[in-house]
Design a protein around this ligand. Structure first.
Ligand code: SF4
Ligand code: SF4
Length: 177
C-alpha cells in the first residue's frame, strides 16, 4: 500500500502560500501552453524576491516566479477542483505537501495534516518511508541546484530565462506559509 495517497481534494491549490517555479517548470509550462517563455511569464506569474535570513544580521534574496491566483486565491490552473496542467505541473506541486522541512519538523507535519487529508491518513511509519523515497528522489537537492544556477547567473532570472521582468515584490520566508 502506498505510504501517501493524494485525495485530490484541491485544498493545496487554494488559499495562502504560493507555488514557486524553478526555471525548468517555467519552460515546461510555456511549452504546454505553446507560449513563448516571456508570454507565459507575463500572463501567469508574478516576480518576487524571497527574503531568507542568512545569519543574525543579513538576508539573502532569492528571485522566484510564482503562479498567479484568482480573486478567491485559487491557482489559475485549478479547474473544477482538478489541476488542468497535470502533465506539466510545477516541481513543487508534484511533491506537495512534501518539502524537506516537513520531515524534520513535527509541528510542520501536524499543521499540514490539518488541511491535507492524504497526510492526515499517514502513520509515522508511512512518513518515515516517504522521507526515504523523497531523499532517494533527490527532493532535498532541488533548491541547492537552483541556488547553484543563480550563483552562476548573477542571481538573475532575466539572464537564466532570457526574459525581462518587472520590479519584484519582496516576500519573507515564513515556516508557516
Ligand atoms: S491537500 Fe493533500 S490530499 Fe488534497 S490535493 Fe493537496 S496533496 Fe492531495
Ligand atoms: S499547478 Fe495544478 S497542482 Fe499546482 S497549484 Fe495549480 S492547480 Fe494545483
Amino acid at each position: 500500500m502506498a505510504d501517501f495517497s493524494c485525495q485530490m481534494c484541491g485544498s493545496c491549490c487554494t488559499g495562502e502560500g504560493s507555488v514557486y517555479l524553478f526555471p525548468d517548470d517555467v519552460k515546461r509550462l510555456a511549452k504546454h501552453f505553446e507560449l513563448s517563455v516571456q508570454n507565459f511569464v507575463d500572463t501567469y506569474t508574478s516576480f518576487v524576491l524571497l527574503e531568507v535570513l542568512e545569519d543574525e544580521r543579513s538576508f539573502i534574496y532569492y528571485p522566484y516566479l510564482i503562479l498567479k491566483k484568482d480573486e478567491k486565491k485559487s491557482c489559475l490552473f485549478l479547474q473544477e477542483g482538478v489541476c488542468s496542467v497535470h502533465s506539466a505541473k510545477p516541481w513543487q506541486c508534484s511533491h506537495t505537501p512534501f518539502v524537506i522541512e516537513f520531515f524534520e519538523d513535527k509541528e510542520w507535519q501536524v499543521e499540514v495534516a490539518k488541511s491535507c487529508p492524504g497526510v492526515a491518513a499517514m502513520s509515522e511509519i508511512d512518513i518515515a518511508r516517504h522521507h526515504k523515497k523523497f531523499i532517494e528522489d533527490g527532493g532535498d537537492q532541488k533548491e541547492d541546484e537552483y541556488f547553484h544556477l543563480l550563483t552562476q547567473n548573477k542571481f538573475s532570472l532575466e539572464i537564466i530565462l532570457s526574459i525581462t521582468l518587472p520590479a519584484p515584490d519582496i516576500i519573507s520566508y515564513n515556516h508557516n506559509e
